[in-house]
Design a protein around this ligand. Structure first.
Ligand code: GLU
Length: 476
């Protein structure tokens, strides 16, 4: 028989679909995915859509799309929590029948009075268990009731969290919270526990904002374990949240927090975000660049840090630059072409990519770098570029054009040799000649190496751009 330790690892990601896939959620999903993959287990997706007012199909689609983009796949179709309300209610009834839960008939007004008094007496605001030991017969006929969990009042609950270590809470501090509302609908707290059990989840890896919930969720599991067995405590790993550069919890005011914004606006590649999120709160020595395969091999919970990590866009961009340099040219070309509204020549972009990607940290920078390829004549000049083009430099460009026109081998080496000898003739440094060339050829003052530019544009277009400027000499 398989012992407890041989049991297959099952993890889950359980987003509430109220918006896009948040960076923090993506990291939680990643850690769950990696843990399962590392241990040869399963990882599951549960959509916690019980809050029908806030959950939307659009959010569900976006979350799934974001996970997919990051390459995080799941081993079974998603479970929708809202489909399972009957099962959740059934467990509440089981707990009630076995004496682990009770009916509470306190009306909302009564509870409001109770809280007002607690507030006035500066007591902790907590349900005072007024119906815990009361006889149901005392309730008015047909009065509505909720079902509350009978949490042990003595002793304490200890969790040996894989990240936080040993955490202890006195049971008296855990309230007898509601499992089933008066309208028969289950509460979130109950739903999570029942779903985790029914999905066979062995390891709960999530944000440490849920650590308090663990102490409320465990009593349900333990009560059910007493009733029917086979409701083992899961292993918990509560991961510190991600903070912004100022040390406050990452939120919209720090900038983009949705995965899709990193894809669409920040021009980040999925493998870069994957690597960055992995390093955000988990480490393996001082390794920064870790591929997906290595991550699966190396990931474990003991590498997860105890303190919150800070989101650093610069680090993400640097990693992204690394992955851009590693990425296939045709793939990058099609990403860049998309940004040009798919009107750009993908083949030309692919040819340009080895040059463009040496410096770019984002897809946006690739797009910017590629801009000169698709400009039409007369080129629009940036202000800085315009200042480089005066009569004197235009005359030099005219001379250059005459020499380049004779060039039969439009290669970097040939073009460099010709340009250099012309610069020497003019008694100029190559840089001085390259400046107006760059302005004329690209309309800007920053571009890939000038001979790369010439080769990528081709002879005809290069000469046309140079001539367009040369012909303006003495006319402005
Ligand atoms: N649905 C919860 C959230 O999005 C997660 C619950 C859990 O992981 O237990 O924060």
């Amino acid at each position: 028989m398989a012992s407890e330790t041989d049991k297959q690892v099952v993890t889950r990601f359980a987003p509430s679909p109220t918006g896009f896939l948040h960076i923090g959620g993506a990291r939680t999903a990643l850690f769950n995915w990696l843990y399962a993959r590392h241990h040869g287990g399963k990882t599951l997706l549960r959509i916690e859509d019980t809050d029908s007012k806030r959950s939307t199909q659009e959010a569900i689609d976006k979350i799934i799309e974001g996970l997919d983009w990051l390459g995080l796949d799941f081993d079974e179709p998603p479970v929708f929590q809202s489909d399972r309300a009957e099962r959740h209610a059934g467990v509440a009834r089981q707990l009630l029948d076995a004496g682990h839960a009770y009916k509470c008939y306190a009306s909302p007004e009564e509870l409001e009075d109770m809280r007002a008094q607690q507030r006035a007496n500066k007591q902790p605001m907590r349900y005072d268990r007024r119906w815990r030991d009361r006889d149901e017969g005392e309730a008015p006929e047909g009065a509505p009731y909720v079902i509350r969990l009978k949490v042990p009042t003595e002793g304490e609950t200890v969790i040996h969290d894989e990240v936080q270590g040993k955490v202890t809470v006195k049971n008296a501090e855990i309230d007898d919270y509601v499992l089933l509302r008066a309208d028969g609908t289950p509460t979130y707290m109950l739903a999570v526990v029942v779903d985790d059990h029914d999905m066979g989840v062995t390891h709960i890896i999530r944000g440490d904002d849920h650590l308090n919930n663990a102490f409320r969720q465990l009593p349900i599991m333990r009560a059910m374990n007493e009733i029917e067995g086979d409701w083992p405590d899961p292993v918990y790993a509560h991961v510190p949240l991600i903070h912004g550069a100022d040390g406050a919890k990452l939120s919209k005011r720090h900038g983009a927090v949705g995965v899709e914004a990193y894809r669409d606006e920040e021009g980040v590649l999925p493998e870069a975000l994957f690597n960055y999120l992995l390093r955000l709160g988990w480490g393996h020595g001082d390794r920064e660049e870790i591929t997906r395969e290595e991550a699966i091999e190396l990931f474990d919970l003991d590498g997860v840090g105890k303190s919150p990590s800070r989101f650093d866009i610069k680090k993400l961009q640097n990693l992204n630059g690394h992955y851009i340099r590693e990425a296939d040219d045709a793939r990058l070309a099609s990403l860049v072409a998309e940004k040009f509204g798919n009107t750009a020549d993908v083949q030309l972009l692919t040819k340009a990519m080895p040059v463009l990607k040496t410096r770019a940290r984002t897809v946006g920078e690739l797009v910017e770098g590629a801009g000169f390829l698709f400009k039409s004549r007369p080129l629009e000049m940036t202000d800085k570029a315009a200042t480089l083009l005066d009569d004197e430099s235009r005359e030099k460009l005219a001379g250059l054009s005459a020499r380049l026109a004779k060039e039969n081998h439009w290669t970097i080496e040939a073009l460099e040799a010709t340009t250099k000898s012309y610069a020497e003739e003019l008694d100029l440094g190559l840089g001085k000649l390259a400046q107006p060339m760059r302005a004329a050829l690209t309309g800007t003052t920053t571009s890939p190496g000038i001979f790369d530019v010439l080769v990528l544009l081709g002879k005809e277009e290069s000469l046309a751009r140079i001539d367009a400027q040369a012909s303006l000499a003495g006319k402005e």
